[in-house]
Design a protein around this ligand. Sequence first.
Ligand code: MN
Ligand code: MN
Length: 365
Amino acid sequence: MNHRLKKLQTWMKENEIEVSFITSSENVFYLSEFFSNPHERLLALVVFQEKEPFLVCPGMEIHDVKRSGWAHEIIGYSDIDNPWDLIHNSINKRINAVKKAGIEKEHMNVERYEHLLQLFPNASFVSAEEKLRMLRMIKDEKELKIIEEACALADYAIEVGCSEIKEGKTELDVLNAVEYALKKKGVTEMSFSTMVLTGANAASPHGNPGQTKIQQGDLVLFDLGVVVDRYCSDITRTVAYGEINDKQKEIYDTVLKAQLAAVEVSKPGKTAAEVDLTARRIIADAGFGEYFPHRLGHGLGISVHEYPSMTETNQLVIEEGMVYTIEPGIYVPNVAGVRIEDDIYITADGAKVLTKFPKELQIIK
Ligand code: MN
Ligand code: MN
């Protein structure tokens, strides 16, 4: 049994949970090292306190499961099987009555829940999500190494993006060049849809890249991430095309100051709220408080958004091994949109910054 499954089993024993039924691709991967995107088909990892766990997957994926190193039972079903009958049999071989079952309440759907109610008619259902989020929040050495690799590719992507900025090019021209360059390096998946936003478009924190042409005096915002071995990176840089005005410069300098301060204060023992507020106060003191409408950052790993959530109210204490983003932004409509985002890893001494592309204002000629 791997150490992650053991931790889940310990939690199950402590809380008298006889069975956990894990269905999200991310958590199945975290616990089994097998990743699949099964679309509408059922993927499930069924875990018991003591008995051998089993993995349920579409039959055509059985070989992939074996190749991933999963050494326990695999239940493959065809498109004409009813997987629930097979699951019922495998559970009955292991345990009889279930009083408490762990599920991912935010991921489970009603159709599957109704099947589980039939399998465990006397059970109450508790959330296993919170426990898994807390486990996933602390990264081990192997995870850190992969994330560092994903961050190095994100740095490379920004470098390519900057070199592609030229008079007359559109946001999509630059975006395509960035993703093409990554594909040539073997990247098959981005953490989310790549963002290249210029001028007024950059003032929308979640804008959509399109046919807008980059013009002299624009701030161009890149927000992108690369997936390596199932782990995500997430970087934002805002660069200037030609000379920008004093107001734009003031906004850039304020975001940079806030970002650097939040990195500096990130260390074990601080709370997420303290880190968020460090940046938020700097932005508010400069008079831009109302233009920073989102949290400071988020944890990062198998999912691009995970724990810890870096908000001004989260009293969660920062610990060694966490990986999270620091991404303050100021978005003033028709003036400027600036965000600077790094991924950091918490060591005993403080933050190790994993994304390394320069943060001092880059002026592209
Ligand atoms: Mn981002
Ligand atoms: Mn982010």
